[in-house]
Design a protein around this ligand. Structure first.
Ligand SMILES: Cc1cc2nc3c(=O)[nH]c(=O)nc-3n(C[C@H](O)[C@H](O)[C@H](O)COP(=O)(O)OP(=O)(O)OC[C@H]3O[C@@H](n4cnc5c(N)ncnc54)[C@H](O)[C@@H]3O)c2cc1C
Ligand code: FES
Length: 421
C-alpha cells in the first residue's frame, strides 16, 4: 500500500446554494488539500465548530435514575458521526484578488526578513571565528515565497440532498462558516485507456489501498479550461477514444460531475436520472430538449461545459425521457454501431439502479465501474460498518467464492462484475 494522504482540515464555506427542491451545492474553501480524483469522498463533521457540545456519553440507568441526561446529543438531534460525501468537483485556484495580493506581499516581506536575519546571524558567527558555510547555503533551505503562494486555495464542491439531521445542518451553512472535514478518502474511478504517460502527483493505490488504481496507471489528465472541448486535434483523437458513459441517479450524480471534469476532450456521454425534474441537482438549459426526448444533448450546463452531452430521465416524465435511467441507457447502447469500440460505464446512485446498470453492462461485455454509497461511520477502515461482498476465486479466499471488502477503503469504486449485491 502506498502513502495515504488523508488528514483533517478546517474549511470555510464559500457558497451554499439550493439547486432544486432538496439539493444544495456547497463549496468549501481550504488553503491546501491533498490531490484528489473522481470517485473519492470526504467525511463532513456536521456540527458547529464554535459550540462546545460537551463529552458524549450513553444514557445509563442506575438505581432507577438516568445518569447525566444533559448531553446536547440527548436534548436535540445531533449528528455524532461524520457524514460521507462524494467530491463533485475541485478547483486549485491561483487567485489574484486583493486579499491574495496582500497575503503575497506579506509573505515576501516575511521571507526577506527571515533571510536577512539568517544572513546577519551567519555573519556574526563568522566574525566570532566559527567555521560556517557561506550564508547562501543556509538560506537555500528557506522555502521561496513563490512556492508558498503558488497554490493559493483549493475549492471542493459537494452536492448534498437534505435527508436527515446532518444534511439539514449542512443546508443551513452560511458563507464564512467553518466546517471540519476528513479526506480525501477511498479509491477512484479509473479513466479509459489513453496513450499518455503516468502523471506525477495523482493519488494511486495509496488512497486507502484502492485495488482498481493498482491495475491501471493513472493517465495524464487534461485540465479543465471550463470552456468545453479544447481543440480540433483533441476532438479528433477523442473520436478514436474509448467512450465513457456516465450514469448517475439522484445523489449519485455529484461524482459524475467530477468525472466529467477529467474527461474534457474525450468521448463521453452522461445519463442523469431522478424521480422528478425538481429533484435534479443540475442547471438545465431550456428549449434544447423536447418532451420525451432521449437523445444526448448539451443541455446540462455542468456537463456541457466539459463538452459532455447528456440524457435526462425522470420517472414521472416531468422532464426528458420518461422512465428509468437504465431504460434510456439500454436504448442508447442498442443504437450504437455494433463494430464500435466498446465503451466503459461509470455509475453511482441507488443500489437497485447500479445493480441494473451492472447487469446491462455484463450482458454486453462492457466494463463497468460502480461507486457504492453504503452507510459509513468512520470512513477509514476501522469500524467495519461498510462491508460489501465481493467475488473472488475460491482458491484466493479459503474455498469461498467471495470475500468481504470495505466500501470506504477498498472502494467506494468496484468493478460491476465483482460485486455480490
Ligand atoms: C461514499 C459516499 C458518498 C456519498 N455522497 C453523497 C453525495 O455526494 N451527496 C449526498 O447528498 N449524499 C451522499 N451520500 C449519502 C450521505 O452520506 C447521506 O445522505 C448522509 O450521511 C445522510 O446524513 P443525515 O444525517 O442527513 O441523515 P441520517 O439522519 O443519517 O439519515 C437519514 C436517512 O437517510 C438514510 N441514509 C443515510 N445514509 C445513507 C446512504 N449512504 N445511503 C442511503 N441512505 C442513507 C438513513 O438510513 C435515513 O433513512 C454518500 C454516501 C457515501 C457512503
Ligand atoms: S466506514 Fe468504518 S470501516 Fe468503512
Amino acid at each position: 500500500m502506498g502513502e495515504i494522504h488523508r488528514d483533517q482540515y478546517v474549511s470555510t464555506v464559500r457558497a451554499n446554494v439550493p439547486l432544486c427542491s432538496e439539493h444544495y451545492r456547497l463549496v468549501l474553501q481550504l488553503p491546501e488539500f491533498p490531490p484528489t480524483e473522481p470517485g473519492q469522498f470526504i467525511q463532513i463533521s456536521c456540527r458547529d465548530l464554535d459550540v462546545d457540545y460537551g463529552p458524549e456519553h450513553e444514557l445509563v440507568e442506575q438505581d432507577g435514575r438516568w445518569s447525566n441526561p444533559i448531553g446536547m446529543e440527548l436534548q436535540s438531534p445531533l449528528a455524532i458521526l461524520r457524514r460521507p460525501f462524494s467530491l463533485a468537483g475541485r478547483r486549485d485556484v491561483d487567485g489574484d484578488d486583493p486579499p491574495t495580493q496582500r497575503r503575497t506581499t506579506a509573505i515576501h516581506k516575511i521571507h526577506e526578513f527571515v533571510k536577512d536575519d539568517l544572513e546577519e546571524r551567519w555573519a556574526r558567527l563568522a566574525r566570532a571565528g566559527r567555521d560556517v558555510k557561506p550564508a547562501s547555503e543556509a538560506t537555500k533551505t528557506l522555502q521561496s515565497p513563490k512556492q508558498i503562494v503558488s497554490a493559493d486555495r483549493v475549492e471542493l464542491d459537494i452536492i448534498h440532498r437534505v435527508v436527515g439531521v446532518g444534511t439539514d445542518w449542512m443546508s443551513r451553512l452560511k458563507v464564512g462558516d467553518r466546517v471540519h472535514i476528513l479526506g480525501p478518502l477511498g479509491n477512484r474511478f479509473t479513466l479509459p485507456a489513453q496513450e499518455l504517460s503516468p502523471s506525477p502527483g495523482t493519488p494511486g493505490e495509496g488512497q486507502g489501498g484502492g485495488r482498481m488504481s493498482v491495475a491501471t496507471p493513472t493517465p495524464t489528465l487534461p485540465r479543465s479550461t471550463g470552456r468545453g472541448r479544447e481543440s480540433d486535434a483533441t476532438v479528433a483523437s477523442a473520436e478514436k477514444d474509448q467512450q465513457s458513459i456516465l450514469v448517475g441517479g439522484g445523489v449519485g450524480i455529484p461524482p459524475m460531475l467530477y468525472l466529467a471534469e477529467r474527461l474534457v476532450g474525450r468521448s463521453a456521454v452522461a445519463f442523469c436520472g431522478a424521480l422528478r425534474r425538481d429533484l435534479l441537482p443540475l442547471s438545465i438549459r431550456e428549449g434544447i430538449r423536447g418532451v420525451g426526448d432521449s437523445a444526448p444533448r448539451e443541455d446540462i450546463v455542468e456537463f456541457a461545459r466539459h463538452g459532455v452531452a447528456s440524457v435526462i430521465t425522470t420517472d414521472d416524465g416531468s422532464y426528458g425521457f420518461q422512465g428509468f435511467v437504465t431504460q434510456a441507457l439500454e436504448q442508447y447502447l442498442d443504437s450504437r454501431e455494433p463494430a464500435a469500440v466498446k465503451p466503459i460505464i461509470y455509475t453511482c446512485g441507488p443500489e437497485p439502479m447500479m445493480k441494473r446498470v451492472a447487469d446491462i453492462a455484463h450482458a454486453r461485455g462492457i466494463e463497468c465501474q460502480i461507486a457504492v454509497e453504503r452507510a459509513m461511520a468512520c470512513g477509514m477502515g476501522t469500524c467495519q460498518s461498510c462491508c460489501i461482498k465481493v467475488r473472488r476465486p475460491p482458491a484466493a479466499s479459503g474455498g469461498r467464492d467471495w470475500v468481504y471488502r470495505l466500501a470506504c477503503t477498498d472502494g467506494p469504486v468496484f468493478r460491476g462484475a465483482e460485486l455480490l449485491w
